[in-house]
Structure formats: structure tokens, C-alpha cells
Write a protein of this length. Structure first.
Length: 118
């Protein structure tokens, strides 16, 4: 099992930026994929981005392409989600998740609130 701790959420104005962090512990992370998801009350959890931990390859939802960047620091076992040009519709609780490549996301963080004011 992997323990995930997120940080970096907060309140920002439209057009602003935030960087979320997700620090993993408990296992060697080399064969994992880390993903970011977000959820608004009353709606389903939505995929935002993911990164293959060893290869560094990334995937993004169309709604965040060109604005968000996912990255990782192997030495710190920490993943990041840099969010630029934020919009009110980006307001949500953001979760990081991890799972072995091809096996889905087995472990989830507690979530961090991101609020973008108009």
C-alpha cells in the first residue's frame, strides 16, 4: 500500500496559479502511475492528469491541456500538479492517486480544496 499526502490547495483569483504536491511513502514508486483527479459536490470524480513514474510520460484531460502540468521528483517521491490560468470551473477537491501501471488506482490521498474566485 502507498500512503499519499497532498498539499498546496487554497483560494486563488481567476487567472492565478497554484501548485499541488503529493508525497508518497510506503513503497518503491518506480512501477507506479500517479494521477490527479478532482471532484465537485454532486458530480463524479473527474480525471485531470497522470504521469508514469519511471518513464515520465504524461496524459491530460482536454479541459486542462495547456494550463496544467504534472511532474514528479524521484528523489523526493513527490508528484506535482502546476495549475496556471485557473478558471472558476477548476474549483474542486483535488485528489492524487497511485497504482501499478495497468492496474488502476488503488491508493488515494485525502484531497485538497482548490477554489478559484471570479
Amino acid at each position: 500500500q502507498v500512503q499519499l499526502v497532498e498539499s498546496g490547495g487554497g483560494l486563488v483569483q481567476t487567472g492565478g496559479s497554484l501548485r499541488l504536491s503529493c508525497t508518497a511513502s510506503g513503497r518503491t514508486f518506480s512501477s507506479y502511475v500517479m494521477g490527479w483527479f478532482r471532484q465537485v459536490p454532486g458530480k463524479e470524480r473527474e480525471f485531470v492528469a497522470n504521469i508514469n513514474w519511471s518513464a515520465g510520460t504524461t496524459t491530460y484531460a482536454d479541459s486542462v491541456k495547456g494550463r496544467f502540468t504534472i511532474s514528479r521528483d524521484n528523489a523526493k517521491n513527490t508528484g506535482y500538479l502546476q495549475m496556471n490560468s485557473l478558471k472558476p470551473e477548476d474549483t474542486a477537491v483535488y485528489y492524487c492517486a497511485a497504482g501499478r501501471h495497468g492496474q488502476g488506482y488503488a491508493d488515494w490521498g485525502q484531497g485538497t480544496q482548490v477554489t478559484v474566485s471570479s
